[in-house]
Design a protein around this ligand. Structure first.
Ligand code: NAP
Length: 485
């Protein structure tokens, strides 16, 4: 199967009300191959009129969809899960082309992303309220759950499939309709996903996808409309704040999955080889372009040299190249701006006395590549430590006590994921209690799991995706007060 059989020309359009249509202006939006900077293909560039049409379609479909039996909603998700698994290789290749990640890694994202459909196909039939006697005994309390209503989903380019299925899965299960706007740099995977859901039997208008280059005006227009009841966003903290402000006038419910600055803490009592394995996973998943990516390594002084030199060997052995080529571990970054930003962070650290054990130099040539890099002797206030890197750079700083490690780890506006390697159970509990993060990986470099509540605190946002908690974001509660019989 060639790359675009999964997404032929008549699918590189807007998906509104169950039909594939061109933008009302006829405009197209180029999709760039990050491995060489060339144009891969193009998609429809939706207008504000198209945004309105998509919301009209979602609103029109809402009542019937909410009344559709939970089992039927779940079965649609189940069929979509199976179709995704079956077409996993094609999805992986498509995603690798538009985003750059190695095909094997994209295959992992298909598995992860599809699992949200399986999980929420099972949750669709477990939505329930409660019945209780009021404490005074004079009345009974009955609660019922209802879908929140038409939603707007805005997703980033780094996980083009999974950041969509984490929202679409619970919304479909809860009985909500939706308008989805994928990142303009990676629209192809979401369009292919819409096709899968339509084939799985999702009624027209439940899911609408609009690709557009005018994301600001798009969200402003839709959020000004009182018929839109919910916004779920995954992306940068700056844009998240804009969307929360825009939600105020219509008091839309919001879920915000925003940036991170994950500390990866290695205590001297840890299994250092296991910590290096976990560090590679936490750092290099998605070339470091993940909100959960280990952003700074805090290593107890007595093991810092061993940890740093082992990391440098592993990072230096990775093969950088086009994500679709065999044997490639690290693909290009998303664009030129991303390379410049990573370069500037490394430059600042080196200017302040850090040393690169491996990497640290832009390779030049075509495509948006940056080499795996390990920095040691990094000052704790260097930009590379305080900012989200979003690239394959591992800065190492040291600590001498648990209190110092925790203070460093919490010294950030973010609070998404943190990691710690230790063999001490009591310390593990203390870390859970004292670290201000939504997720904590203990002796593992991977926290993402469709059955777990994914999300953060502080500037990393609010709300949870996945787990039993994920569907709550899409449900309202009505309570009935009934006199005691
Ligand atoms: P971004 O610039 O915030 O973009 C994310 C999405 O928002 C894209 O679809 C983008 O559209 C859209 N957008 C931009 N401005 C907008 C506006 N004014 N109104 C409505 N939509 C707007 O973030 P990114 O660079 O794509 O993604 C990287 C960030 O996402 C990082 O900070 C990362 O940590 C975070 N992230 C968080 C999670 C999590 O679960 N917490 C997961 C993954 C990524 P265009 O493409 O058209 O600009």
């Amino acid at each position: 199967m060639s790359d675009f059989d999964l997404l032929p020309e008549d699918r590189r359009r807007l998906f509104i009300g169950g039909t594939w249509r061109e933008s009302s202006s006829g405009a197209r939006l180029d999709v760039i191959d990050p491995a060489d900077g060339g144009v891969l293909t193009d998609v429809a560039d939706g207008t504000l009129e198209d945004a309105g049409a998509a919301l009209d379609a979602a609103v029109a479909a809402q009542a019937d969809w909410a009344a559709t039996p939970p089992r039927d909603r779940g079965e649609i998700l189940r069929r979509a899960f199976e179709a995704l698994v079956e077409r996993g290789d094609d999805f992986a290749r498509l995603m690798s082309l538009e985003m750059g990640k190695p095909v094997a890694e994209a295959r992992g994202e298909v598995t992860y992303g599809a699992e949200f459909f399986r999980w929420f196909s099972e949750e669709a039939v477990r939505i329930h309220g409660r019945w209780m006697d009021a404490p005074a005994g004079t009345s009974r309390l009955l609660t019922m759950r209802k879908p929140v209503g038409p939603c707007l989903f805005i997703t980033p380019w780094n996980f083009p499939l999974a950041m969509g299925t984490r929202k679409i899965g619970p919304a479909v299960a809860a009985g909500c309709t939706m308008v989805v706007k994928p990142a303009s740099q990676t629209p192809l995977t979401m369009l292919a996903l819409a096709d899968v859901l339509a084939e799985a039997g999702l009624p027209d208008g439940v899911l609408n996808v609009v690709t557009t280059s005018r994301s600001g005006a798009f969200s402003e227009t839709l959020q000004a409309d009182p018929r839109l009841r919910k916004v779920s966003f995954t992306g940068s903290t700056g844009i998240g704040k804009v969307l929360v402000r825009q939600s105020a006038d219509q008091l839309q419910r919001v879920s915000m999955e925003l940036g991170g600055n994950a500390p990866f803490i290695v205590f001297a009592d840890a299994d250092i080889d296991a910590a290096v394995d976990g560090a590679m996973l936490a750092k290099m998943r998605n070339m470091g372009e993940a909100c959960t990516s280990a952003n700074r390594f805090l290593v107890e002084e007595s093991v810092a040299e061993e940890f740093g030199s082992k990391m440098a060997i592993r990072m230096g052995a990775l093969t950088v190249g086009r994500g679709q080529d065999d044997g490639v571990d690290v693909g290009p970054l998303i664009d030129e701006k991303a390379v410049a930003s990573v370069s500037a962070l490394v430059g600042d650290a080196v200017d302040r006395g850090a040393r690169a054990l491996v990497g640290g130099e832009e390779p030049g040539g075509e495509g948006f590549f940056y080499p795996p890099t390990v920095l040691v002797d990094v000052p704790a206030d260097a930009d590379v430590v305080t900012n989200e890197i979003f690239g394959p750079v591992a800065p190492i700083t040291t600590f001498t006590s648990e209190d110092e490690a925790i203070a460093h780890a919490n010294n950030t506006e973010y609070g998404l994921a943190a990691y710690a390697y230790t063999r001490d159970l009591a310390r593990t509990i203390r870390l859970g209690e004292r670290l201000e993060y939504g997720m904590l990986g203990i002796n593992t470099g991977l926290v993402s799991n469709p059955a777990a509540p994914f999300g953060g605190m502080k500037a990393s946002g609010f709300g949870r995706e996945g787990g039993f908690e994920g569907i709550e974001e899409y449900l309202e509660t009505t309570y009935l007060a009934i006199p005691a019989p």
